[in-house]
Design a binder for this molecule. Sequence first.
Ligand SMILES: Nc1nc2c(ncn2[C@@H]2O[C@H](COP(=O)(O)OP(=O)(O)OP(=O)(O)O)[C@@H](O)[C@H]2O)c(=O)[nH]1
Length: 280
Amino acid sequence: MVVRGLLVLIWLIVALFTVWKFNQPDFYWDTFEEIFWFGLTTSLIALSLPHFKNKLLLFGWALYCAGLLLDITDDFISDATFPLLVLDTSLKNIGFLITCYGMFAMILTKRSVIGLLNQEIEQRQKLEAQLRYEANHDPLTQIGNRKACFETFNDVSNKKSLLFYFDLDDFKHANDKYGHHVGDNILKAFSTSLVKEFGDAFCFRIGGDEFVAFADNTHVDVSVLRDLLLEHIFEYGVGLSIGTAETNPQEQPDTIVQRADSSMYSDKASKIVRTRPRQN
Ligand SMILES: Nc1nc2c(ncn2[C@@H]2O[C@H](COP(=O)(O)OP(=O)(O)OP(=O)(O)O)[C@@H](O)[C@H]2O)c(=O)[nH]1
């Protein structure tokens, strides 16, 4: 409201002054030009006044306006009466330079603020990525967790048509015998073998010693696979029960996993008779 009033006032003065000057015998078009620029510049200041906190810029603009004002007044006040009139060009130039410097200082400040903001955005993005990773990965083995398995199930099963369900045999015994930290290392070593065999994107730890992996439905020799996956852990007396189920887009992931789980339990029944080389 104040700004609008100020603008009306400025242009009223400009109009009245122009009309008055126009009717004078000593009218020059350059007077009209001077008053037009004075009106425009002061309007700009009035418009930006409520938004601008940069005092240096405002000071520069004010000096520039003062120069413009002296420019106008020198048409009807003589230099002899008011010697400051000779300063009009200097004031305009000083105002212009201060304005330029103010702009430059403002850009520098904004640049450092933008730099800090970018840093903050980068950190936030890293944190989000970290949180996303943690939400979908098992903290011990770093492979996908149960949540990731079911969330990506449809995508993964579109690529791979066979699901393996693995459950370590007598893992509790190894835990009790060698300690929990060795138990952790067994799980990590097993995951590493799993990833080596099936690929990072297709292996998941879905429970304590239970894992799921997806593979192409080519002929797989389960006993060869078992030996391969136990290669680095069988010395702790653990075995491996393996179940399989073909993936099917018409079936719910839960149903497919359940079928593989049942198949694994059938295999578990024969864990006692399975030979375990170098068993402790
Ligand atoms: N070290 C360790 N142990 C775990 C972890 N998560 C679960 N376990 C243990 O894993 C064991 C899993 O239990 P079971 O599957 O009944 O043990 P199991 O001896 O393999 O039994 P079977 O499968 O019948 O042969 C439990 O003793 C859990 O405490 C883990 O992150 N680290």
